[in-house]
Design a protein around this ligand. Structure first.
Ligand code: PRX
Length: 651
């Protein structure tokens, strides 16, 4: 078959991964499918340090999540930081655990496993002294500094539950999360730094916490040294607090199913949900998939350039790599600072062997031409990963041919905040790849496509992507709202976990993700709900109603298109000025990453007689396909459609 890329031939040599060929994959996938209990017990015992090893494996099924939450290794006891730190301090104390590259090229810090262990213990000591106890929630609102990972692990050391909030989120979004999880402490920094621009993290945090009495302390790491507001009694300096603590602190032993972290993510409706990940199941899944998918070797220099504010940063910068004793890069800057060669400059200087990024970055860099890539030596690279959104075949080929010089495996990894780790993906040394396909499920993942009538699609076909069996890393619940968890994921297709994505399966059983089929947007790999945008828009005085949809965008994957109905007082407003105003509104309510690309003033939204907005019409017009509107006869006011089509905006 053409356009099929065989895995590069290579020596097994120092690889620890059990899957090196397609036959291995078949055998291992079947083993996980036939006896998940035995399979995952074996994996976890070998990968994690347990105080009391579990005898129970994976329990639960998707027909009964309301009554019986999924559990994994439930009778085991451990503190996961012993698997990430203490164990490696015995085996590889001087190996670099975190390789940090700051905003300026060459501004580098290296923390060995021994140093990381000491810092985490000191930070945990400081948190404990500030009153943080097992099970309490701590928000981490930071940029990409090693201290963000240290903060996460310090919480885990105490059995406290961290919730990292991406540093781009607004004060309002931060406050919502602080309240929702009932945080007792926030860890932040004076300012973030990205592409020489500062991000006022402490000031935003102060604004978010105005009047919030549940937060007892704010621990502040000084990154830039800028003067920031200080609330005596509440605010505590990170360096001073850690200096008073010992470099060793016994870990608080937890139950396997205790929550490790909460991560908020957007859905079709309502406010973002706090997905809860468990200690042992999550870590086993993150570590297993990290080793197997990327074919991790002891001497790898592994770089995932995501942000710890998203699940990719949790699983594949912090938890998976550190559990595997890898050297993991943390990158503070942007792919364009100081120019479009920054990633490849880092590959060259650090000898990066595995590189993991998002299609948006690949498209943006490809658009700048090959010279930025070719300027640097990339011979160290072996595996190239992509995540977060569908990758178009052109971007895939550029990544493979130009960045990887045609000799690296490209792994297009499909997964979600909910799955905890990579679910459908090529396995670097084993799976023949095709540009645009996430290919085959990892062991433990059983994908099923369902058609519009909820019938299982057999063989090649297209449908809604569901997963039919639990795996160790699945999020266990929505914080404080198990009903919402059940209704969001398990009610559309009873008995299945519904991913929200559409998918095509070809004759070889390869999966081609077609994107979200719900009202979730994926802009530059950032997941956002149309409902969140709409709420931000109608909070503005000028706007009476708003309908927000996505449209294909050449770089961002999806752009954001807003249809707005003005309040009578705002009639005659200029669209360009309005676009500026709505973006200021979105920045204030959601965050700096939430930007609307196109705004169209409309006389009304297309609604059915029962008052439901027909989003299909908004989508088709935004996509530039008004000829595909279909039946509009059920609309209350069909005239509105003509006005919408006539006034459609283009980039
Ligand atoms: O639509 C899919 C898309 O990203 C969604 C999950 O977003 P989030 O929870 O923020 O996690 C992103 C990082 C894991 C999915 O429902 N998505 C993620 N990876 C891919 C993808 N779509 C296509 N191909 C991928 N490789």
């Amino acid at each position: 078959m053409s356009d099929r890329y065989l895995p590069p031939a290579r020596v097994r040599a120092d690889s620890a991964s059990p899957i090196q060929s397609l036959d291995d994959w078949r055998r291992v996938w079947m083993a996980a499918q036939q006896d998940p209990d035995a399979f995952w017990l074996h994996e976890t015992r070998r990968r994690l340090r347990w105080q009391r090893p579990p005898t129970e494996g994976l329990v639960g099924n998707f027909s009964d999540v309301a009554q019986q939450p999924i559990r994994c290794f439930a009778d085991g006891r451990l503190n996961i930081t012993e698997s990430l730190l203490d164990r490696h301090c015995e085996q590889r104390p001087d190996k670099t655990a975190i390789l940090w590259e700051g905003d300026e090229p060459g501004d580098v810090r290296r923390l060995s496993y021994a140093e990381l262990h000491a810092e985490v213990c000191r930070a945990a000591g400081a948190l404990r002294r500030l009153g943080v106890q097992k099970g309490e929630r701590v928000i981490v609102y930071m940029g990409m500094v090693p201290e963000a990972a240290i903060a996460m692990l310090a919480c885990a050391r105490l059995g406290a539950v961290h919730s990292v909030v991406f540093g781009g989120f607004s004060a309002e979004a931060l406050r919502d999360r602080v309240r929702d999880c009932g945080a007792v402490l926030v860890i932040t920094q004076d300012e973030g730094l990205r592409g020489r621009r500062t991000v006022p993290l402490k000031a935003t945090c102060d604004e978010a916490l105005e009047g919030e009495h549940g937060v007892r302390h704010v621990l502040v790491y000084r990154r830039t040294g800028a003067a920031v507001g200080w609330t005596p009694g509440r605010d505590v300096d990170w360096a001073e607090a850690l200096a008073a603590e010992a470099p060793d602190l016994p870990a608080v032993i937890c139950e396997a199913e205790d929550p490790l972290f909460i991560l908020y993510t957007s859905g079709s409706t309502g406010r973002p949900k706090g997905l809860v990940h468990s200690c042992a199941g999550y870590l086993t899944w993150a570590a297993y998939t990290h080793e197997v998918v990327f074919d991790l070797r002891e001497n790898d220099v592994y770089a995932c350039v995501a942000d710890v504010g998203w699940i990719t940063g949790h699983s594949y910068i912090v938890y998976g790599p550190l559990c595997n004793g890898a050297t993991t890069l943390m990158f503070e800057s942007t792919p364009l600072h100081p120019d479009a060669g920054r990633y490849w400059d880092m590959v060259d200087r650090h000898g990066i062997t595995i590189f993991y990024t998002a299609p948006t970055a690949i498209r943006a860099l490809a658009a700048q031409g090959d010279a930025f890539v070719r300027r640097y030596d990339r011979s160290s690279l072996r595996v190239l990963g992509t995540v977060g959104e569908p990758i178009n075949p052109d971007a895939w080929r550029w990544y493979h041919d130009v960045v990887g010089e045609g000799r690296c495996a490209v792994v297009d990894t499909w997964w979600q905040t909910e799955t905890g780790g990579i679910a459908i993906t090529p396995i670097a040394p084993a799976t023949p790849t095709r540009p645009g396909s996430a290919t085959l499920p990892n062991p433990g993942i059983v994908p099923v496509l369902l058609d519009a009538d909820a019938r299982v699609v057999v063989g090649p076909g297209e449908g809604r992507l569901c997963l039919s069996q639990p795996w160790p890393g699945i999020a266990r619940t929505v914080w404080g709202d198990h009903d919402r968890y059940v209704s969001t994921y398990f009610s559309t297709f009873p008995g299945y976990y519904f991913t929200g994505d559409g998918c095509r399966r070809d004759g070889d059983g390869y999966h081609w993700i077609t994107g979200r089929v719900d009202d979730v947007l994926n802009v530059s790999g950032h997941r956002m709900g149309t409902a969140e945008f709409e709420a931000a828009l109608v909070s503005l005085d000028a706007i009476a109603e708003a309908g927000v949809v996505g449209f294909p965008h050449p770089i961002k994957g999806q752009g954001v298109y807003a249809y707005v109905v003005l309040q009578p007082e705002a009639a005659g407003a200029d669209e360009a000025a309005l676009l500026k105003a709505v973006n200021e509104g979105c920045r204030a309510v959601i965050g700096a990453h939430a930007r609307i690309d196109l705004v169209q003033i409309v006389p009304g939204l297309p609604k059915t007689r029962s008052g439901k907005v027909m989003r299909r019409i908004l989508r088709k017009v935004a996509e530039g396909a008004p000829e595909q509107l279909g039946d509009v006869s059920t609309l209350a006011d069909p005239e509105v459609v003509a006005a919408i089509v006539a006034g459609a905006r283009r980039l």
